[in-house]
Ligand binder design. Sequence first.
Ligand code: SF4
Length: 446
Amino acid sequence: MGVIVESRSSSIVDELVAIAKTENVDYDILRRRVSSGRVAVVRNTRRAGVKPVAVGEGLSTKVNVNVGTSGTVVDLGMEIEKVRVAVKFGADTLMDLSTGGDLDEIRAKLLEVSEGIPFGTVPTYQAWIEGVRKYGGVGIPSDWFVAVVEKHLKDGVDFMTIHAGITRELAVKSVRSSRVAPIVSRGGSMLAVWMIENSEENPYLKHWDYLLELFGDHDAVVSLGDALRPGATADAHDELQIGELVNNSRLARDAVSKGVQVMIEGPGHMTLDRVVADVRLMKSLSGGVPYYVLGPLVTDIAVGYDHVASAIGAAVAAAAGADLICYLTPSEHLGLPGVEEVKEGLIAARIAAHAGDLVKLGRRAAYRDVEMSFRRALLDWEYQVSRSYDPERSFRLKTKFPQELSSCTMCGQYCVFLILSKYLNERSLKLEELLDRYGEGTTLVW
Ligand code: SF4
């Protein structure tokens, strides 16, 4: 086995066997990909009962849901409800992005209700918020940032956004740049100001080797943050974004060489024609570590519908090889999402992930589609409704207008499946044969 697998507890073998079975992949191939850093298994040795989630090459695309308080809206009850909805509607991982209230207490409570789903955080927020209070301004010592990471790992956080790729030089360039939106990452803006005001290098970069030791000890995953992701389509693939990606790729290769699991976070806003190139460039530079994408949002004007704009980009990114999609909600750019927006955003992202998987994994992902279409032609409403992303909503839509026919109210008696029913019922098609129409999975090449 390679470095990463050998450095873990013996239970990793059992976990990989289970993951290989769930994902329908060969165990030896999966093990090699974990060893080479192309697959990360997200969980932390400190937290019992977490169902490990594997993210990376050859595996189904996973979806992350962000929850958490803001500086102005602190409602722990609502955040708990968001976690419950995220679990109910199929989130693979959760992240607590809280910035308001008692951050330790909120994290502990959300960890408790996350029901064994891998749990991530962005420690920069707490380091900055509490550091400014503790030190009376931005003169926070660099090891404070590491102390907060250590605390989260001990609490059982499974993966963390570590903004190590934004150097002081890139921070200075970005605030003086002609970008439409110089920095749109909250953690990125905090670190940029800290580095510029204190004339110091990035604290995560300064303490990088120690951070790797910490993550290695907890078998947790470093998620290299994209502090300089483009926040406007006009800023995509500029010197700042690519400069940070090159830095993150070097750091990712270093982490893999030291047996620490890692992934890289990606854009951001970018037009559709850039998405495939973005994924392929990231994979090529980093040696193929998992890509965790936020969107991409393929237009800047979908205010109120940014979950749709990001799902379009995410589907293309997943088809091209992105591995973990961070959902966006309709509230993006407008306010803190409520419970209903979390549900809407999650379902949009899950559809995008699956659309990508139909290309990436081919027939391994296609069974649900083939069976859904098959049952649709048979007017099997119970199946269609019960297997939908939100059965309650589907039932409501199906029964909105009363009708006694076996078709739906869209066409009534002129339903194609009623008109053709005699011929449809004479067919003897088998689902397995229909599935063969899907080829082996591949990644989208533009
Ligand atoms: S009534 Fe029209 S929309 Fe409804 S199932 Fe039949 S063909 Fe499809």
